[in-house]
Design a protein around this ligand. Structure first.
Ligand code: COI
Length: 357
């Protein structure tokens, strides 16, 4: 659905651009931000006129509820430029729906659709020079909402900021990724906030991930909180296993993020006639498949990571390596998905969203 209705929007342009100081060939993910950002305040029960202004620090009261009770949610999106300088987003409607679903769970007021698409498109047009052409280049878009009302009473805020910042991006991970299957810590539990992109879901992973890093792993694959016998998702990605030629991934539920790359990949794989099983994935099954050689691949999917192969995993002190394949699904689907994103292939499912000049 395109955005038709117009809304008021205040724009203050940055007097100068920092773009010339950026080395676009050597970007560390999420370190550099573009010249402008979007801020929209919520107060007196309504979202106010959004503003696009020069990127910079914001002032918050030390008692702002986000600092005390973690009322914060976010999204991850990307914009791409094709050879004709058109700017495209990939399934932004999904991100819009998901940020409101996350907000709903955290008792944050939902953001209006018109606001979201109007400010996003305007911001992308202003930052178009930051979106570089070429396969692999993108602009990572980070919408987020925080509770700004001062007060340490443990109740939902009555004031919020919805903001969007943008960062030029290439790949999320550099180098090989090995994961540890979690045996003790949990990411999410039934009835909790695992399905939401709540900031706290990510912050809570840092400590166990640091422990895993100390043992030589880059990420954890979280297991179910009750038994630790079933594999759920990695901290930054949903996760797929290829046993022989079948793809297996855990179903989404209130513990697992409903990843947009995840569901797009399932659709592409089914279209290609690949057998996809969306079901619980037992640790035991994957360990056995690694031992008998039927485990061909593990890969993660996410907006930032796209489709990232996993070279090995650790479980209960044992390490398992996965051989590189010439006919890797991860490589194949990454290219197939990116060709759609960069307007280099037919968009059968209507996933691309053109940002109109
Ligand atoms: C994304 O893939 O966009 C995410 O939000 C994950 C984040 C940890 C980078």
């Amino acid at each position: 659905m395109k955005n038709d209705a117009t809304i008021a929007l205040d724009i203050v342009k940055a007097p100068t651009s920092k773009i010339d100081s950026v080395d676009f060939e050597n970007l560390n993910f999420g370190h550099i931000f573009t010249d402008h950002m979007m801020i929209c305040d919520y107060k007196n029960g309504a979202w106010q006129t959004p503003q696009i202004k020069p990127y910079g620090a914001i002032q918050l009261d030390p008692a702002a509820k986000v600092f005390h009770y973690g009322q914060a949610v976010f999204e991850g999106m990307k914009a791409f430029k094709d050879d004709k300088d058109n700017i495209w987003m990939f399934r932004p409607e999904e991100n819009f729906n998901r940020i409101n679903k996350s907000s709903h769970r955290l008792a944050i007021p939902e953001f209006p659709r018109n606001h979201f698409f109007t400010v996003l498109e305007e911001l992308l047009k202003m930052e178009k020079d930051w979106i570089k052409k070429g396969f692999g280049n993108s602009l990572y878009i980070r919408p987020f909402v925080i509770a700004t009302e001062p007060g340490v009473l443990a109740s939902p805020g009555t004031e919020y900021k919805f903001m969007i910042i943008c960062s030029p991006a290439k790949s999320y991970y550099n180098g090989e990724v090995r994961v540890q299957f979690s045996e003790r810590f949990s990411r999410a539990a039934d009835g909790g906030v695992g399905y939401a992109k709540a900031a706290g879901n990510y912050g809570a992973q840092f400590y166990p991930t640091n422990l895993a890093k100390a043992e030589g792993f880059q990420q954890i694959i979280w297991t179910d909180a009750n038994s630790h016998e079933f594999l759920e998702e990695a901290g930054t990605m949903n996760i797929f296993f290829r046993i022989n030629d079948t793809l297996i991934t855990a179903p989404t539920n209130d513990r697992i993020l409903d990843g947009i790359t995840r569901k797009s990949l399932i659709q592409l794989a089914e279209e290609d006639g690949i057998n996809v099983e969306v079901r619980r994935v037992a640790v035991k099954e994957i360990v056995e498949a690694a031992k008998d050689g039927s485990l061909k691949e593990i890969f993660g999917t996410g907006t930032a990571a796209v489709i990232n192969p996993i070279q090995g995993f650790g479980h209960k002190g044992e390490r398992y390596e996965i051989k590189n394949l010439t006919d890797s699904y991860a490589t194949y689907f990454k290219e197939r998905m990116m060709k759609i994103q960069y307007n280099l292939a037919e968009d059968k499912f209507g996933w691309r969203y053109l940002v109109k000049e």
